[in-house]
Design a protein around this ligand. Sequence first.
Ligand code: T5A
Length: 228
Amino acid sequence: MRSQPGLGALIVLEGAEGVGKTTQLRLLADRMRLAGIPHSRVREPGGSPVGDDIRRLLLDPSMSIVPRAEALLFMASRAQLVDTVIRPAIARGEFVLADRFFLATYAYQIAGRGLGAEGVVAANDFATGGLTPGMTLLLDLPDGEGLGRIAARGEHDRIEQSGDAFHARVARAYRDFAAPAWQAAHPECGPVALVDARGAEDAVADRIWGELTLRWPQTFRLVPESYL
Ligand code: T5A
């Protein structure tokens, strides 16, 4: 798997709670390894030693965090991840696969918590230094299905415990992001493709690969069935 400077880009998997991002990131990384496409994986919040400590704070159900402090903690984790992990990997020619990026801030902190968009968007820009994803794959399930999938885990983190109305606002916001008009108004988010996350894991993985083939036809060629 040889890196080629100039080839790399940031690919983000997004969606509401439990839609299957982590599962699909693993399957996508497996397919890219078989196809010989250089890549690395990160998650938000976290992905760096500083970010992992911030993640523990953000998800700890015993912490009471006001919405602006919550937003800024996500930004701090993101700034560290962008500078120490994502930009260097892209410069080496890798595709960086991210489990969430700033679309999550738009969904959870602006739509979910009700923070003003202008300040959050400016803070995001400050945190990322203007880095734009090459593509965001937005996994979509009917309302409540994702939360149903993670219900069996038992313990819920601080954000999962934010209530049904909060999660409904988040899910609605994610659907808005798929609209061409929303994307035209938010060029900092890069292209967003809505992916139907219903059905078997491999069927969803095929849909994701299909979107990547449309975006980067030279790189994401068809992987022979025998490899899967
Ligand atoms: N957040 C994050 C913000 O508020 N603002 C921000 O800016 C950012 C970056 C992160 C939290 O932080 C918030 C969002 C989150 O609340 P997290 O633990 O990383 O916390 O949470 P999530 O990203 O939501 O991850 P989850 O693990 O909860 O959900 P996933 O990754 O979408 O789902 P996954 O793959 O773990 O799958 C969930 C379950 O479904 C099954 C899996 O086996 C698993 O049991 N599953 C399927 N079942 C049936 N069919 C399929 N096709 C399936 N695919 C997976």
